[in-house]
Write a protein that binds this ligand. Sequence first.
Ligand code: SAJ
Length: 434
Amino acid sequence: MNFEKICVLGLGYIGLPTASTFATHGLRVVGVDVNLQILETLRNGGLHIHEPGLRTVVEAAIRSGNLSVSDKPEEADAFIIAVPTPFYSDKYGEFNGKQYKLADMRAVTSAAQAIAPVLRKGNLVVLESTSPPRTTNSLVAPILEESGLKAGIDFHLAYSPERVLPGQILRELIENARVIGGITLQAAQAGRDLYATFVKGEIILTDATTAEMVKLMENTYRDINIAIANEFSRLSDQFGVDVWEAISIANRHPRVKILNPGPGVGGHCISVDPWFFVESAPEIARLIYTARQVNDAQPKFVLELVAKALGDLKGKKIAVLGLAYKPDVDDLRESPAVEIVHLLQNAGAFVKAYEPFKSNANLPGISIEPDLKNALSDVDGIILLVNHKNLCALSPQELASMTSTRILIDTVNGWSGKDWEAAGFSFYKLGANK
Ligand code: SAJ
């Protein structure tokens, strides 16, 4: 299939890089978003998200004249849906007395509804948003068919999950293998023709539900592996072992690759997607459910460590370094660090937070200090919650010159305890309470 013009619905972390990359590879692209502020920012040459290299690609796309933005889709050869699929914060499912989270598919529903009136015979529609199994067939197809056209007969419909790592999106978008699951073989082939515009990795064709499962399986696999690392951190604490040392030794076994424990699992993918399996089959997805529980409880484990270091937290002033969900990104979504701040505050502590990648973040109830010095002055203890490179690079001497406290709590193995102890700090590390 030949493509000249496409619409990309959703201009977030996935949609904007995807739309811009198609545009810089010669397609005419209409980037669609319902958030008018995002459109305004982009039209004024701004960017609403931070991703290394994104500015260059967006600017090139706009300069080429191939990328325009709009609040609604228009007629095109193909439509890509790349809108968020979070879970509801106020609605839960229940199975055998256990609560589970429910996918909020409203953005996918609205995107499909917006496409239906402009859908034409021979078009291709691709869903990229991470979704529960069967979404393409059971949710998206019927909405698009309200156009009067039949999925798989009059238009092609496929699911192609985004699998790029935040922080490396632009490179991975091009180099990663791409899975395309069609509701028919022709739909998968049409999808291959579209993504071959820029994808250099292998393009693997399958059916839509397999592609949906592949995406969920990848992130669930990672979640479960992080959960075992987090459980090891608690066991090590119990037995007076340094989990980081134990993991590094175990990982010398040729078939063992334990991931890193930490303050919890955040972001909009790994901490969300496993719930889509649980929601779809709670009676089967028991291991997945338990792993989610373990990872979600990790912030409480951090709180216990902080209480061990600082005693009663009531009235204590604490500097929190890092709020992002992982190192070297500005993304605070589902961040365990933010949850830890709330837990500390609920325990009566006064928290001064510092996030080098988002010093202007606006989080209700959390005071974010503009610079490190302000965050560190006049506190009783310091917690490292994200191993941002620039935080891990701080030397004991540098830090000591900015603060009077000598109590440090490292939840991410960002610092070497020996160096800090030699410099007179009381050093506490998650999972290393020897
Ligand atoms: N984390 C740990 N320990 C580890 C690794 C990660 O605690 O050893 C934590 C991180 O700090 C973070 C969370 O897990 O809070 C998730 O981070 P991540 O780097 O594992 O993953 P994401 O959410 O940034 O991106 C994942 C990727 N999926 C896989 O690696 C299987 C990416 O390829 C997907 O495209 C992305 O989810 C997505 O959009 O689904």
